[in-house]
Design a binder for this molecule. Structure first.
Ligand SMILES: [Zn+2]
Length: 112
């Protein structure tokens, strides 16, 4: 399962960040998932909670969807898109493409 291997990867990044300090606990982790990254945010949330709470008691996991951005071919307005079709909120024209929203990144890590 794709999301599970990502969750394990995030866990290993967290452990590396801690640098082997035994007294340090991760209390929260936040991950941004691009809307077009091919990663299911709900499923990643589930896997991440399972993986992280096995290692850190009471850790909070937050998975946030990052939209892509499209530009309207008619009125030139830039707008955020989460999924196709990319319809301009201003005039209803369809944008042909989008940029961004394809990555996955660890955006914060809280420790104590
Ligand atoms: Zn428009």
């Amino acid at each position: 399962m794709h999301e599970m291997s990502l969750a394990l990867e995030i866990l290993s990044i967290c452990e590396r960040e801690l640098g082997g300090l035994p007294e340090t606990q991760v209390t929260a982790v936040g991950v941004e998932v691009g809307a077009f990254s091919g990663v299911d945010a709900d499923s990643l949330q589930f896997c991440l909670e399972a993986v992280m709470s096995g290692q850190f008691d009471g850790v909070r996991c937050e998975v946030v969807r990052q939209p892509g951005e499209a530009a309207c071919p008619r009125c030139d307005r830039a707008f955020k898109v989460m999924r196709a079709p990319f319809e301009c909120p201003e005039c209803g024209s369809l944008a042909r493409g989008f940029s961004g929203g394809q990555g996955l990144q660890l955006c914060y890590l809280e420790v104590e």
